[in-house]
Each structure stands twice: as structure tokens, then as C-alpha cells.
Write a protein that binds this ligand. Structure first.
Ligand code: SF4
Length: 264
């Protein structure tokens, strides 16, 4: 009887463990779940579709990536890339930016929108980096999010792309939208989306996963009228919340007379 109880106990323990979500990006001894396998397959197929997928902001140092990412809030990466060459020529690093006149920064970043607030973020974060971090961008999330204008998303962009050590998945509007359509999360809050994705995407793919979804969100899975017919991952996608337009093709008057649908 005692032996039986022990065996049942072991079984119950195993059942409970299997219902627990995988640890946040940690290696798990549990076999991969269906979503984990599907996420890996999505990464594999999208890597083939977008072999050059990478961060679309131009930068040559971690500090410059930090600046570009701050400027990219509510602005396209394309616009940011037009502004940063002149900005980096004048203020190439945190020490130079820390000494810069606020109005000079404002003028240089004006076309990225919300320029007063962005210029202030650049000025104050540069000062903090110069004074508290010896002029170098800190390499940990906790220190990064203490900088003005730097949230979790910006910090993860820098950690993943400049230092190759992401602490989370970067969730922007594309990543959030695609993850929900792909049925990888139901969450709408970016931090909750990030946590759920981190549990199903292997940590070594976190940075690339975001790049791939961003590329795919621009090329195929747009907010309106996603191209599900031409989509490379259509078979892996439940298309949650997508209203597929199956409007009948307009038939020209001449064509109508020949009744093409009847065949020959
Ligand atoms: S099948 Fe449609 S909804 Fe799914 S990823 Fe492709 S374009 Fe987006």
C-alpha cells in the first residue's frame, strides 16, 4: 500500500510539473510544448524568408543604438536614420551629448516628433551615462531602465543587438500584433506579451524572433489586409482575429457575357 501511494504521489507530482509553464527563457527538461515547437518552426521559416533580418536602425556603437531607439518612439526607423548621421557627427558619444546645448539637440532631432521630450531624454541619459557609468552604456536591464527615456523595450533592443545578451523579447506593435494572430499569446499588454513569448521562444532566438516578426509585419502581416494567401507561415498560423476578405472578384461586362465560370 505504501509503495502504491508513493507511485501515485510520483505520478501526481509529474502531472503538476507538466502543467507549469516553462521557466522564463530558461532551459527546461520538459519536452517542448506544441507552441514551443510551432514558434521554432516559425523562426526557421521566417529566417529563410528574411535572410538579412536585423535591426533596421543605423548605429555603430551601443550608445548610438540607444539614442536611435529613444528617437524611434512614435517615429519610423527610416526617419530616425535620416536624422542620426548629423546628430552623431556632432555628438558621437555620451560624453559629447552630455555637454551639448539642449536647444542644439532639439533642432537636430526635431523631425522625429516629440522632439522636446526626446532631446531632454538624450541630454539627461547622456549625463547619467557619463557621470555614473564612465561614459559607457550599462549592460544590464536594471541600470538601463533608470536612464531617462529608456523603458524595457529600448533596454532590450540595446541588450539584444549591441551586447548580444537580451533579457527579454522586444515587443513593438508588429511583434504584439503578429504574436496574437499567430496564437502565441492572448495578451495585449507588451510586458505580459514579452513574458509569454519568452516562455515559448528559445532564449538564443529572442532578438532574431523580434526582427523576423517586424520584417514579416511590414512585408506581409500588415495591420490591415494581411497577405495570408502569400504568407510563408500561413500553415503555422491560426490567423486569430484576422478578417479574411473573400470579396468576389469584380467581373468585367465583356467577361460576364462569356460566362467564364462555366468553363469550356
Ligand atoms: S497567415 Fe496571415 S495572419 Fe498569419 S502571419 Fe501570415 S499574414 Fe499574418
Amino acid at each position: 500500500m505504501a509503495a502504491k501511494k508513493t507511485a501515485q504521489g510520483k505520478l501526481r507530482a509529474r502531472d503538476t510539473r507538466s502543467k507549469q509553464p516553462a521557466a522564463h527563457g530558461m532551459r527546461s527538461k520538459q519536452p517542448a510544448t506544441r507552441d514551443q515547437k510551432r514558434a521554432l518552426e516559425i523562426v526557421r521559416v521566417l529566417k529563410r524568408a528574411y535572410p538579412g533580418a536585423k535591426c533596421s536602425l543605423d548605429y555603430s556603437t551601443p550608445y548610438q543604438l540607444l539614442v536611435s531607439t529613444i528617437l524611434s518612439a512614435q517615429c519610423t526607423d527610416e526617419r530616425v536614420n535620416k536624422v542620426t548621421p548629423a546628430l552623431f557627427r556632432r555628438f558621437p558619444d555620451a560624453r559629447a551629448m552630455a555637454k551639448a546645448d539642449l536647444e542644439a539637440i532639439e533642432q537636430l532631432v526635431k523631425t522625429t516628433g516629440f522632439y522636446k521630450s526626446k532631446a531632454l531624454s538624450l541630454s539627461e541619459s547622456a549625463r547619467a551615462i557619463a557621470e555614473r557609468h564612465g561614459g559607457e552604456v550599462p549592460r544590464d536591464l536594471e541600470a538601463l531602465v533608470k536612464l531617462r527615456g529608456v523603458g524595457r523595450k529600448t533596454a532590450n533592443v540595446v541588450l539584444g543587438n549591441a551586447f548580444g545578451k537580451p533579457e527579454g523579447v522586444v515587443v513593438d506593435t508588429h511583434v504584439g500584433r503578429l504574436s496574437r494572430r499567430l496564437g502565441l499569446t492572448k495578451q495585449t499588454d507588451p510586458v505580459k506579451v514579452e513574458h509569454e513569448l519568452a516562455a515559448i521562444v528559445p532564449k538564443k532566438e529572442w532578438t532574431m524572433f523580434s526582427h523576423l516578426l517586424i520584417h514579416h509585419g511590414r512585408a506581409r502581416c500588415m495591420a490591415r489586409n494581411p497577405d495570408c494567401v502569400g504568407c510563408e507561415i500561413s500553415e503555422l498560423c491560426p490567423k486569430i482575429g484576422v478578417m479574411l476578405k473573400t470579396r468576389p472578384r469584380k467581373i468585367a461586362y465583356d467577361e460576364l457575357k462569356s460566362e467564364p465560370w462555366k468553363g469550356k
